[in-house]
Structure formats: structure tokens, C-alpha cells
Design a protein around this ligand. Sequence first.
Ligand SMILES: Cc1cc2nc3c(=O)[nH]c(=O)nc-3n(C[C@H](O)[C@H](O)[C@H](O)COP(=O)(O)OP(=O)(O)OC[C@H]3O[C@@H](n4cnc5c(N)ncnc54)[C@H](O)[C@@H]3O)c2cc1C
Length: 391
Amino acid sequence: MRTQVGIVGAGPAGLLLALMLQRDGIDCVVLESRSRDYVESRVRAGVLEQGTVDLMAELGAVDRLRRESMPDARLDVRFSGGIITMDLPALTPGKIVTVYGQQEVVKDLIATRLDRGGAILFEAEAARLSGVNYVRPVVHFRYKGRDETLECDIIAGCDGFHGICRGAIPEQVLTVYDRIYPFGWLGILSESTPFAEMSYSNHEHGFALASRRSPRISRLYVQCPADDDPAQWPDNRIWEELHLRLYDRGGELDEGRIFQKDVIPVRAFVAAPMHHGRLFLAGDAAHIVPPTGAKGLNLAAADVRVLARALAEFFRTGSVARLERYSDTCLKRVWKVVRYSNYMTSLLHRFETHSPFERRVQQAELEYLLNSMPARTTIAENYVGLPFEED
Ligand SMILES: Cc1cc2nc3c(=O)[nH]c(=O)nc-3n(C[C@H](O)[C@H](O)[C@H](O)COP(=O)(O)OP(=O)(O)OC[C@H]3O[C@@H](n4cnc5c(N)ncnc54)[C@H](O)[C@@H]3O)c2cc1C
């Protein structure tokens, strides 16, 4: 097989890139190791910045989102001293976020790509890349029991944190920045009426978060040990901790059937550069951020926006100038998002290693936010998404 851009991975990064390239008349093939059903039901993120929604709108993949998503104009942070309320349109100004599950985003992008006759090969697992330093790099993959090759001009490594593309960049070229936080998140989906707004909480027992996926489905999280097993969390223990950690004294938290439970790691990871030869990494393949900032999916979308523009210029004019700036352009945003996600993680979690001094500083930071509009504005402008800088 031969194409202009070989895209490894049909997550948000790979699918958004495929639609942008298709719009620009650039031929591409998406290889995805999992089945369509699997990727369309994988529960992960759910908070979209306006820039991500705008990109889906530009690509004509926003109809269902407009009908079914939930605009969110407020963000609350609860702690022992009260509730810090951030009115997003007042602070940003005019901006909000949109709550819409990542699996729904993926469904819409796949449907749009296939409706337009684009290629996605499901259950096509990339095994290795070759020739990334040459003009015709190749993706070697396994499909329907056979070994196949996809020859390309460019390979886009959109295969997530555990993919194989990052490994094709020689170790001596790649710098890895990594922070593993000493806890994880237990996440649940439940059939219960969600809180009216996204509510983070800092509590002596640890962090909690009340979010939602639909008007009847709550997405709730509690901080837990990093290696915890969801089996250690019977439903009644989860509800007890949620009531406590969310300071729910008035029966605000609605309990319902829990139909999904998982433990997710809390980690920051950045691999630089995001480009080597004819290989370009995007999204989780290059970086992951702690989920506290709700940024992973949005950052993946921001990367491929830059990549698509650089590829359009390359295929139209032969210029590699933008492609060569790709990594630097993306990493500027990545580090700002790492900074914000790390800040929110440090502000809201209980660290067993914290001394009484550090615990008091954390408390003082929360008190400061409660009373300072500039401090709340800083959180709000990062939460709704920083503006895109010209590259
Ligand atoms: C378990 C989990 C829970 C998360 N929860 C949250 C959350 O609650 N809130 C939040 O904001 N963010 C969350 N995130 C982060 C967010 O979901 C990611 O940042 C986002 O999915 C990044 O998109 P992506 O396209 O870069 O990567 P992915 O969505 O990971 O997509 C990569 C794709 O590549 C495919 N692939 C991998 N290897 C190969 C191969 N060899 N060949 C072919 N295909 C391959 C994978 O199957 C996958 O479909 C979570 C992430 C994970 C992993």
C-alpha cells in the first residue's frame, strides 16, 4: 500500500488529522490496532475546550455534539474553607467548556471519515517503522493475519502513550521528562443525576471530582493508591468517600447504579523532540498530562492542528519550514499545559509525603483563590484553553 501520510492510531489525534488532511486534498490511511467497537466505547476524557469544538465544527463533525453535549460555564473547587466558584464567561471573558465524552468524539470522527470515503483499517496493528530518515518511510503492520506494509511520504505517530512510533526515534536523540505522582484516580460512571457543574475537591481523605457525561450519567473520581485494584472499592465505599470528600452535607450527590470502574494513573510525560526525519508524533504518543487539568484530548487536537497546517504547506509547495518548526511550536503549548495540570494536581491532592508546612501552604493557596479574582482568572483561562499562538 502507498499513501502520502500514514497515520498510526485512530484516537482523537489520528482521526482529527485524517479529516484535516482529507479536507486539504492530501491522501492518508489510518491504521488502528483495535476494533471499531472497542475504540468507540473506550471511556476516557470528556471536557472539550472551545478550540477543540471549533475544530470539529470546521471539519463538519459537530452536529451530534451540538445536540447532545452539555455546555459548562462554571468550575467549582471545594475545600474545608468553602467553595471557590469560577464563572468562566465572566473571567475569561466569554468562554466556556463543553462536556462530551471522548468516545462520542471518536464515534463522530470515525463516522465522518468513513462517510467521506476515507480509509481506516481497524485491527491493523503497526509492528514497526522503517526508513524514517528517508523520503519513503514505511509502516509495517499486521492485518487479517498477514504482514503488510504502508509506504508513505510522512508518518504521523498518533498511537498513544503505549504505541510503537515514539520508539522509532533513536534514544540518543530523544529527551524524556517524566513525573509519576504517588497516587492514581479511581473513576466510575454511574446512572445518577450529576452535579450542575464540574466540582473538584481537596479533602483530608484525598482528592475527588464530580463531572458528568450526560444529564443522567455522572463521571466521578476519588484519589486512590497508584496500584489500587478497583475490586478494593465496593460501591458503598465509593459513595461514602464521595459524600465525604465532596463535602456533601445536603444530599447533593445522587447515588445510582455504577456500571464502570477503573483506576487511571496520574503522570506527566513529555518526549522531545516530537519530530525525527519523516516521523511526527502527536498527542499521547509524545506527551501525557495528569488528568486533573482535563487537557489530554485537547492537547492532542492542538498538536494535529499545527501538523495539518505544516503538511498542507509541504504538499502544496515542497517547503519543510513549518514541518521543522512543528516540534518547537507544539512543545511551547505542551509545557504550559503541563505547568497548569501540575499546578492543579499539586493544589488538590493529598500527598502522603507532605510535611505540615506543605499542607498549610496548600491550604493557604486555596484560601487565596477563594478571595482573589486574578488568581481565579488564571485557573479559568487555562481551563477553557489558552489561545493558539501563531507559528
Ligand atoms: C485510561 C485513560 C483514561 C483517561 N482519562 C482521562 C480523563 O478522565 N480526563 C482527561 O482529560 N483525559 C483523560 N485521558 C487522556 C486522554 O484520553 C488522552 O490524552 C487522549 O486519548 C489522547 O488522544 P490520542 O489520539 O493522542 O491517543 P489515544 O486516544 O490513546 O489513541 C491512540 C490510538 O492508537 C492506537 N494504537 C496504539 N498502538 C497502536 C499500534 N501499534 N498500531 C495501530 N494503532 C495503535 C490505540 O488503540 C488508540 O486507538 C485518559 C487517558 C487514558 C489512557
